[in-house]
Every structure is written in structure tokens, then in C-alpha cells.
Design a binder for this molecule. Structure first.
Ligand code: PMP
Length: 394
């Protein structure tokens, strides 16, 4: 059997990481992998996470299984964080999942199992894993225009026009905030317009929220997902704690199925539990317990929110510095979009050839589609990147 195995498609970001490691240049800059790094290039364990882990270590008396849906305290804490009080708890079915990726995968499976004809509309571009998981599940994917390569903002007219082609039961995948890879996001008026279209055409919105707190703030970043959850009859939400709690390797995510009344909640919950059972049975607990410990302790929660806010402001500062530096070098506002984008990423919007040129000539490592991880910069490397962008003729 093994002789029939084919090599899976190469992961471009992992290949880039390898090349970066092997590059001997001192001034090299890693803007590749989607992990937050501080000014020293370290992905830190947040203070509140350390404190929560210590508390768990001291108090936990058993490592026995928890439950198919995970710990209810975790779901409750996350629902509060994501949705606030916009939807009644009894209208929501929730399961803990291994990371946001686990939630995305299970949401797609739920769609495929219940409506095999559903197509999934994804933004062009989107997080590549969305597309590859859909392909792996043999699900039909349709792209909608999203990124305007001229303005580097959202091509909203194109988006609406393309979504009009969706039919009842089709799924529209939206990024809750901090769009990956572009950094370009919908404003409130645009969210409302998309929601009106979704409802008029009987579409199912699926919101992937992996960067809450990295854009405009914890509450602000939840604006879109809250509007969707309170306005659409059926909503899927895939959330990740990897970034905003910095617990990447703990694999901590959440899948929500939201409806506007409680009558079928038990049925929805049963289906989500069943998906967990078939895929991996009980979801991981350590990261989830860290999250609920932090969220249910005022001091830890306050400290976590403060550290997250510092992280967010640090990235905004780097964005502004880069936009200013490019303004100074080019004498134009062509790169002002870098300060307007939100989250960890910006799509520079240039060709793979120029991305390659910047890597070869200047040791700048970004993904081939020109996605830059802003957190890979620090005050010293911003001018190096700005000069490379100008020298390459972007
Ligand atoms: N969705 C998006 C858009 C992402 O960028 C990520 C992280 N790269 C995820 C989901 C899931 O992340 P994880 O599985 O690490 O929680």
C-alpha cells in the first residue's frame, strides 16, 4: 500500500521558514509564518497564561476526560468574548476543537454532511488552508472578489456582485476581523450590506475569527461577527485562541452553531458533539482551561487584555512607521494602506518575481503572494524593508 502514496502538496510557508533559517545574512527579515513575534523576535508566553497554568497545576486533581463538547466553562467564556450579550446562550451550540483549524474543518464537514450540494464562497484571496481543506473534503469552492489590487482595500462592489451568484443553502465564508492574508476589512456599513444579501438569498454565513484583539480592539473586532450572529437565522462561527492568547501549540479553538431560537439547540449540539466523536473524540483541554481560568478571574483577565492591547498597539506602531518611511522614500502616499490595514498581515500586492527579488537581494522573506507578517518587523528592520520595497520597484 505505501508504494501508492504520493507526496502531499508542499507547504510554501514551511519551505520559506527553512530557507530563512539557512540564510547566513545578519539583516535578514522574516515576515513569513503567521505567528506573533515581539521586538526581540520571540513569541512570548503571555503573563496571564503563565499564571493560569500555575494555578491549574496547583489545583487540577485529575486528567480524566472532560466531555465531547469540552469544558462548558470554556465555551461560556469564549461565547462571552466573541458574541457578548448579542445572542441568547440557549440559541447556541458549542464545541471545543483542536485549534481554529479544527473548528473550520468541522464546520465544513457539517455543511457537507447536511447539504452536499452547498458551495462555499471564499474571498479571493483567503487563508490557503480554507481552500485546501475544502478541496480535501471534495467540496465545491467559489471565490468572490475581495482585495482591490489598486487601492489595496476591499473591492466591495466586486464582492457583492460575486456573492449575488450564490444560491439558497450556499455558504459564505467571512473573516471576522484582521483578514488573512490581506489586512483589508469590511466596515460596519459593508457588514450590514453583506448580511442583507445573505438573508435575501438564503445563504449560510460562516465567520472565521482568529485574531480578535489584534485589529481595533477586543470589542471592536467582534463587531462583524456580532452583527451576523444577531441578524442571520443560521450562523457558523469558527474561533481560534492561538493568537490572542498566544497558545498556538495548545490547539485551542471553538465551533459555534447559532440560530435565532432555542428549539433545535439540543439537535445542533448533538451534531457538533458527534463530529468531535468521529474525528478525535474528546477535544484538547489544557489550552481551553487556560482560557477559562483567565476569563473567570478579574485580575488575570485584566492583565491578559492589557498585554494583548500592548501587542496590538505595537503592530499598529510598526504599520505607521513603515507607511511613514515609505512616504519619505517615495514622496507619495502610495503605501498609506499599510497603516490602514488591520491585524498581523498586509498584502503588499506585488508580483511573486518582486517578492523573490527582495528575498535574494535583501534577505526579506515574505510569502509568494506578498503577504507580510507585520509582527516579524521591529523598529530597526522597518527601514530595511522600506528600502527593499523601493529598490525592488514595488
Ligand atoms: N483561520 C485563520 C484565518 C487563520 O489565519 C488561522 C491561523 N493561521 C486559523 C483560522 C486557525 O489557527 P489555529 O488552528 O492555529 O488556531
Amino acid at each position: 500500500m505505501f508504494e501508492n502514496l504520493k507526496a502531499p502538496p508542499a507547504d510554501k510557508i514551511l519551505a520559506l521558514m527553512q530557507m530563512f533559517r539557512e540564510d547566513p545574512r545578519e539583516n535578514k527579515v522574516d515576515l513569513g509564518v503567521g505567528v506573533y513575534k515581539n521586538a526581540e523576535g520571540v513569541t512570548p508566553v503571555m503573563r496571564a497564561v503563565k499564571a493560569a497554568e500555575q494555578q491549574i497545576w496547583e489545583e487540577q486533581g485529575s486528567k480524566s476526560y472532560v466531555g465531547l463538547a469540552g469544558d462548558p466553562a470554556y465555551s461560556a467564556a469564549m461565547i462571552q468574548l466573541i458574541l457578548g450579550d448579542t445572542v441568547a446562550r440557549e440559541n447556541i451550540a458549542a464545541v471545543a476543537t483542536p485549534g481554529g483549524t479544527g473548528a473550520v474543518r468541522q464546520a465544513f464537514e457539517l455543511v457537507r454532511n447536511t447539504n452536499p450540494d452547498a458551495r462555499v464562497f471564499v474571498s479571493d484571496p483567503t487563508w490557503p488552508n480554507h481552500v485546501s481543506i475544502l478541496k480535501y473534503l471534495n467540496m465545491e469552492t467559489v471565490t468572490y472578489r475581495y482585495f482591490d489590487r489598486e487601492t489595496r482595500g476591499v473591492n466591495f462592489d466586486g464582492m457583492i456582485e460575486d456573492l449575488k451568484a450564490a444560491k439558497t443553502g450556499d455558504v459564505v465564508l467571512l473573516h471576522g476581523c484582521c483578514h488573512n492574508p490581506t489586512g483589508a476589512n469590511l466596515n460596519e456599513v459593508q457588514w450590514r450590506e453583506v448580511i442583507a444579501l445573505i438573508n435575501a438569498q438564503g445563504l449560510i454565513p460562516m465567520v472565521d475569527i482568529a485574531y480578535q484583539g489584534f485589529g481595533d480592539g477586543l470589542e471592536e473586532d467582534a463587531m462583524g461577527v456580532r452583527l451576523v450572529a444577531s441578524s442571520c437565522p443560521e450562523v457558523l462561527i469558527a474561533a481560534s485562541c492561538s493568537k490572542n492568547f498566544g497558545i498556538y501549540r495548545e490547539r485551542t479553538g471553538l465551533l459555534l452553531a447559532v440560530s435565532q431560537d432555542a428549539s433545535a439547540q439540543a439537535l445542533h449540539q448533538g451534531n457538533l458533539n458527534f463530529l468531535n466523536r468521529q474525528n478525535y473524540s474528546f477535544p484538547p483541554d489544557h489550552g481551553a482551561r487556560i482560557v477559562s481560568t483567565i476569563m473567570n478571574d478579574d485580575a488575570l483577565r485584566g492583565d491578559w487584555a492589557a498585554e494583548l492591547e500592548e501587542t496590538r498597539l505595537g503592530m499598529l506602531g510598526l504599520r505607521q512607521q513603515l507607511a511613514d518611511e515609505l512616504q519619505r522614500l517615495t514622496g507619495s502616499d502610495r503605501f498609506a494602506f499599510l497603516a490602514q490595514h488591520r491585524g498581523m498581515f498586509s498584502l503588499l500586492g506585488t508580483t511573486p518575481d518582486l517578492v523573490e527579488k527582495m528575498r535574494v537581494d535583501n534577505g526579506i522573506y515574505m510569502v509568494g503572494d506578498s503577504r507580510m507578517n507585520i509582527a516579524g518587523l521591529n523598529k530597526q528592520s522597518v527601514p530595511i524593508l522600506a528600502q527593499a520595497i523601493v529598490d525592488a520597484g514595488v
